[in-house]
Design a protein around this ligand. Structure first.
Ligand SMILES: [Fe+2]
Length: 256
């Protein structure tokens, strides 16, 4: 199933031009099987998502995009918000209590140097990228994140590569989300779930397990990783997931 985990609407996000009905209609039209509404630091609401799901005959869930100290995370499994969640340790505790999940978002926004700082227009140069990656690897938020969006529909190829490199080095599972704010964003990327999902609990469980795969539905305009333009077989996915687990376990063991 193809699910876009990251959608903003003008009801809860000041920077979105879409209303929920439009987003759902476009998502259906563009071949998705479900979406999650994730407003900035506010609740979309389980109840509202359920009503929309019924109205459109489409999978609709509600999460939150929380702006924590070191970046943004998509949160699943919480239907409330308060400012203490901006501390990622508090948020993490709440997620554990609710048996939820989070996915780290666009690390380049916070951790890649801005061209003004570098006094250069070449802010994607390799040396600066390596330094930025080294800084990001030590950020506690990423160290404790189990999954990361390695494809963001509004990012360029270089920034998505930065997310991919960071996720790979830290042994995180890969996801993709379009981060929709306007019509053209809908359906550019999605996360593939091999399991047939019909409830929010099932979606969260698959995210917790890392049974996800990022798909570039633009067929390569958003990533250098051509494997993200296809959906691997179940066997190939199991192999990839066990390799990620080995990397993750090795990192964790070395930290103790
Ligand atoms: Fe977002």
């Amino acid at each position: 199933m193809l699910i876009d985990l990251h959608n903003h609407t003008k009801i809860g996000s000041w920077d979105s031009k879409l209303n929920p009905d439009e987003t759902i209609a476009l998502s259906k039209e563009r071949g998705l099987d479900g979406i999650v509404f994730t407003e900035h630091d506010s609740v979309f609401g389980y109840k509202k998502a359920k009503a929309l799901s019924k109205k459109h005959g489409f999978l609709v869930f509600a999460g939150i995009e929380v702006n924590v100290e070191d970046g943004h995370v998509l949160v699943f499994g919480i239907d409330e918000y308060n400012d203490s969640f901006r501390k990622h340790k508090v948020l993490n505790e709440k997620i554990k209590k609710n048996n939820g999940a989070w996915i780290a978002q666009h690390p380049y926004r916070r951790w890649k140097p801005h061209p003004v700082v570098l006094q250069t227009s070449d802010w994607d140069n390799e040396a600066e990228n390596i330094k930025a990656l080294d800084r990001a690897k030590d950020v506690n938020l990423f160290e404790i994140s189990y999954s990361m969006d390695v494809l963001n529909g509004r990012a360029n190829i270089e920034n998505n590569s930065f997310s991919m490199d960071l996720a790979t080095e830290l042994g995180m599972h890969y996801t993709a989300s379009a981060d929709t704010h306007e019509e053209k964003d809908v359906g550019k990327v999605a996360t593939y779930f091999p399991k047939n999902i019909s409830t929010y609990e099932e979606l969260i469980e698959e995210i917790q397990l890392g049974h996800t795969w990022p798909v570039d539905l633009t067929n390569g305009s958003l990533t250098n990783y051509k494997d993200f333009c296809i959906i691997p077989s179940d066997d190939e996915l199991s192999k990839i997931w066990s390799e990620i687990k080995i990397t993750r376990d090795t990192i964790m063991k070395n930290k103790i």
